[in-house]
Design a protein around this ligand. Sequence first.
Ligand SMILES: [Zn+2]
Length: 411
Amino acid sequence: SAEVERFRSFLRIPSISFDGPKGSYAKAVAFLSDLLKDHCELKVVECVPKKPILIATLKGTQPSLKSIILNSHYDVVPCVMDKWNCDPFAAILTKDGQIIARGTQDMKCVCMQYVEALLRLLKNKQRFLRTVHLLFMPDEEIGGVDGMGKFVQTAEFKSLNGGVGLDEGLANEKNAMTVFYGERAVWWVKIRAKGPTGHGSRFIQGTAMQKLITAINHLLSFREEQRTKLHEGCRHAHALKLGDVATVNLTVLQGGVKGDNGQYAMNVIPTDAMAGFDIRLPPTLPLDEFEDMLKKWTAEEGVTYEFVYKTPSHNVSSIDRKKSPFWATFQDTMEGQLKVKLECEIFPAGTDGRYMRQAGMPVYGFSPMANTPIMLHDHNEALKASTYLEGIKVYEKLIPALANLPKELHD
Ligand SMILES: [Zn+2]
């Protein structure tokens, strides 16, 4: 079909985050602009040069109402070429109907499903009460700092007057779709220890290494507690998901004294040692509570911690029908109209959605891929053409439902 062909053309633009600014980002934005230019008001914002953000706006009949933001990112992660069975940017369509390409799941599918759904709705002369903004972001795969991270701080973002946002989710292997209403907080922490030096042949007490190991062991035993909780939970009715527990991983370990020859001096006790941790904290764990634990674990004299990155607060979007009319509309459309079973979860990693939530907007992370193995960032990333087409139909229902939600108290 024409839709599948357009999707494949978009997949052929190799918009890998790291080299996107050299030209493929511009190509992706030009491709999308071309499809939308006759139907929407287009604007390109560059918070950082060569990292364009495309905003496509369809004005509502009551533009003062809070708008609907359909967010996606057009960048993709790199590929380990020799692990792929085909060119990841050829977007081949196999005999059994699979499209194989980088970005099929994460998340060029959603970029194009928004576009196709909107074009179909406009073809049928549909107009909406609320303004709809399609956002296409660069750099999500490298943290979004120069993309959504900077964009939410602009007057441009505020002027969008967003009432609710949709963003990416993950495929669901069962006959259901997953909605992510929050994310775990990301904390990257460095722990440093200082202690006396001395000759490696003696019993020096309270060394930097000893202190660091004590602190590390506290974090690792907390890690083990959480891991056990996740696996024990699996045997109960309310199985826990990765997004429900904390993960703690020791990712950096540094110490030792180097001589002039660049070699480690094996007989010198170092005065400094450092460990780095990647920590992800679920909304059920209050952040100040965890920081109190961290303080206790690093309380020994000569031990300190610092943040390399710290999500300042948990931001969870309401899935209480009474509190969020947008959520109620989303749920009614999916479960009532489309008969799709929804599974609500906390996203285990980070997406651009967190920046919008931090800016105070409810965001639901959702990629309509039922009965599909999760292949984001994987070799031979693929999506069935039929699943892709089904997803367009989902947005054909969701967009008008959300955009025609009448005036609410918060408008
Ligand atoms: Zn993504």
